[in-house]
Design a protein around this ligand. Structure first.
Ligand SMILES: [Zn+2]
Length: 251
């Protein structure tokens, strides 16, 4: 039996009206392990977001220091997928706050490189506008904002995408570099920056560091515009062996 069209429409309307209420009463689930109770459960916080797990990596080209909260495995991957693909932007707060440790690590690594009196600025890597519209939020900006709240550093939306880029998932390093060639530029509105900001250490912020092609494209745009001190932080780094397009055993 099929429902009559008016009844079907009424039920659909009721379900739409109830959705925000259901969201409020539904128990929160941990973005990493899926357990009910909290957006990021205590044990996942301890295991995944502990400052001790932060590691510096050999930086991508054009970047002088780079660090991540952890690896894109074991729960951090699930949390980032939940944030981005399941539409849970609230997860950006704990994940972005955890960026305070890699931010401290790259700042310490480059101590003395940028003038000490100029505070570093956090710059989200720019998201494709079409994907931002689809999701309804900009994950890199949300992560940078949470990191800014945790560190007291200013967030500057300095970069923008100049054109649409095919999804990078599944592409190798060279293909990613080609896809991103001149796809990132300084935003025209960024001219409001002070001369001192141009001396600042720019810390690029992203969710996942896969091949480093996005950081490299951002660094090229910044370097061409005169910035000299560029670092990068991400929540998670994809382990080498899992990077598509990278032959097994390659380093
Ligand atoms: Zn958990």
């Amino acid at each position: 039996m099929t429902l009559g069209a008016p009844l079907h429409d009424l039920l659909a309307a009721l379900s739409r009206a109830a959705a925000p209420i259901l969201d409020l009463i539904a128990p929160e689930r941990c973005g990493a392990c899926g357990d009910e109770g909290a957006l990021f459960c205590t044990s996942c916080r301890a295991a995944l977001l502990a400052p001790g797990a932060v590691s510096l990596h050999p930086p991508p080209q054009g970047v002088r220091a780079a660090a991540t909260v952890g690896s894109y495995v074991d729960g951090l991957d699930a949390a980032l997928r939940t944030l981005k693909f399941h539409g849970v932007p609230q997860l950006a707060r704990p994940l972005g706050a955890a960026l305070a440790a890699p931010i401290a690590a790259v700042t310490a690594e480059l101590e003395g490189a940028a003038p000490a009196l100029v505070a570093p600025i956090l710059v989200p890597t720019p998201t494709d506008p079409a994907r931002r519209r689809e999701r309804g939020f900009d994950h890199a900006l949300l992560l940078a904002t949470a990191a800014g709240e945790a560190t007291g550093l200013r967030v500057v939306e300095l970069l923008e995408r100049t054109r649409a880029v095919e999804p990078l998932h599944g592409l190798g390093r060279a293909e990613r570099r080609r896809a991103l060639d001149r796809a990132i530029a300084i935003r025209p509105g960024a001219s409001a920056l002070t001369p001192l900001d141009r001396e600042a250490l720019v810390i690029l912020v992203d969710d996942i560091w896969t091949s480093g092609a996005t950081f490299e494209a951002a660094a090229r745009a910044l370097t061409a515009a005169g910035w000299q001190h560029i670092a990068a932080v991400a929540v998670a780094r994809e382990p080498l062996r899992e990077r598509r397009g990278t032959p097994m055993g390659a380093v």
